[in-house]
Design a protein. Structure first.
Length: 213
């Protein structure tokens, strides 16, 4: 896989007919549901490979729990980071922190975990199958008990989503929802941690983007 221009990639969101726009609507809908069902009090949210923050910022802007949420958006492309920061500032989301860092490193989440809601969107389609399994296995280390994880993965052959759903179950998660669309081209999953979180760090690196190799 060659290096990708992630700013240009985001322009697909501007086309309401694109699969990314439809995926975004599903992710945002599940995030609203997770916020609606979250426990009262302060909430911690993490978004891995957050891009321009489109999964999170528009939802928090309008949600009644916006003042309860302390979010960390981790993104490595400096241009996307600046866009996300501008969007958060424009929406007066003072508790949204956009960090320019490697989302594949567990250390990037120091001070923001354990989280009540985690978004792993646009990640599993850009890393190796082994790294997908490793990430799912180690997600409980970032979670509060009962945390909700929202994730995405394309469903092109060979479709990895059945294995991913099994890996979540093996890691102590229960499936809340799984949406597919466009003749199986995109899957959006929601899982809730029902097992005990792993308090000990079990891996320093969760994943590495294939475009970085």
């Amino acid at each position: 896989m060659t290096s990708r221009d992630w700013v240009q990639w985001h322009r697909q969101y501007d086309d309401p007919a694109s699969h990314l726009s439809r995926r975004l609507a599903l992710v945002q809908g599940h995030l609203r549901g997770a916020l609606d069902g979250a426990p009262q009090g302060d909430l911690r949210l993490i978004s891995m490979c957050a891009g321009e923050g489109r999964d999170v910022i528009p939802v928090l802007t309008e949600h009644p729990r916006r003042g309860d949420v302390r979010a960390r958006l981790v993104e490595r492309d400096e241009r996307n980071v600046e866009t996300a920061r501008w969007s958060a500032e424009r929406a007066a989301l003072a508790k949204v922190e956009v960090v320019c860092d490697d989302a594949g490193m567990i250390g990037s989440y120091d001070g923001a975990v354990p989280a009540h809601i985690l978004l792993v969107c646009g990640v599993f389609g850009n890393i190796s199958d082994e790294d997908v399994a490793n990430t799912v296995e180690n997600l409980p280390a970032l979670c509060e008990p009962g945390a909700t994880v929202i994730w995405t993965r394309h469903r092109r052959a060979p479709d990895l989503t059945p294995a991913i759903r099994t890996w979540f179950e093996e890691a102590g998660f229960a499936e809340v929802a799984f949406d597919d669309q466009e003749e199986r081209s995109v899957g959006v999953g929601v899982h809730r941690l029902v097992g005990d979180p792993h308090r000990a760090q079990t891996a320093e690196r969760l994943f590495k983007f294939l475009s970085d190799t």
